[in-house]
Design a protein. Structure first.
Length: 227
């Protein structure tokens, strides 16, 4: 079998968004009259737990506060889209070249993210790529369980008619990379700022930038013949 698809596993694999996300959370907290302020170090630790609403609920429990996590998170999404539109964002190193190579080879391209559809749309609107560049775009509604469960990856493979040894995954955090590994997928760890220096699951190749050579290298699953 040969490689048939590349899956980007998070919006953070396309662009560095963690600082904009953190600022958007703090803006939402202020709008809700909460005296919460998430600094960079604290927010980086919170990313160990995927899911924005879950982070808000966990923090509220620890702070002894009662909040409407869904409402706060919706406000955060609004502020995140506002910051993206106002300040813009760039593709991470090598992402454009890799996407061009995937398309040139006729491979399938998917965005298998567990974030909300609104955040996906806001990010893609700020980038020189669109939903039309992807053969499958996921969000948290596409699977019963979010990452680090592997359900989203199974949903993407089922919809695209792929087996695990057809797929190469790019992930930006150890928790999300574990979801790909548990789905049996060859995985590249492309750590974002908040996850740099953290240990990724065994067998995950760690890179600082992406390039088209990733399509030629021998993967853990043996789907690509080494040059």
């Amino acid at each position: 079998m040969t490689l048939q698809a590349v899956f980007f596993g998070a919006i953070g694999t396309l662009a560095e968004t963690s600082e904009l996300q953190r600022r958007a959370y703090n803006m939402a907290f202020a709008a809700a009259d909460l005296d919460w302020v998430w600094d960079r170090e604290s927010y980086a630790r919170m990313l160990y737990e995927p899911g924005g609403k879950t982070r808000i609920r966990t923090y509220a429990e620890q702070a002894g506060d009662r909040v409407d996590a869904a409402a706060v998170h919706a406000a955060k999404q609004m502020y995140f889209a506002m910051l993206l539109a106002r300040e813009g964002v760039d593709l991470r190193p090598g992402v454009g070249d890799l996407i061009n190579a995937v398309q040139a080879r006729g491979l399938l391209l998917a965005l298998v993210t567990g974030t909300d559809a609104a955040q996906v749309d806001a990010l893609l609107a700020a980038l020189p790529i669109s939903r039309d560049d992807f053969d499958w775009v996921g969000d948290r509604t596409r699977a019963a369980r979010g990452k680090p469960a592997p359900d989203l990856y199974h949903a993407a493979m089922d919809d695209l008619g792929l087996l695990p040894h057809h797929v190469l995954v790019i992930e930006d955090t150890p928790e999300s990379a574990q979801a790909a590994v548990d789905a049996g997928l060859a995985t590249i760890g492309f750590a974002g700022e908040a996850a740099r220096g953290r240990a990724f699951p065994a067998g995950v190749e760690i890179v600082d930038r992406l390039d088209r050579d990733h399509l030629n290298r021998n993967s853990r699953a043996g789907v690509i013949a080494a040059e």
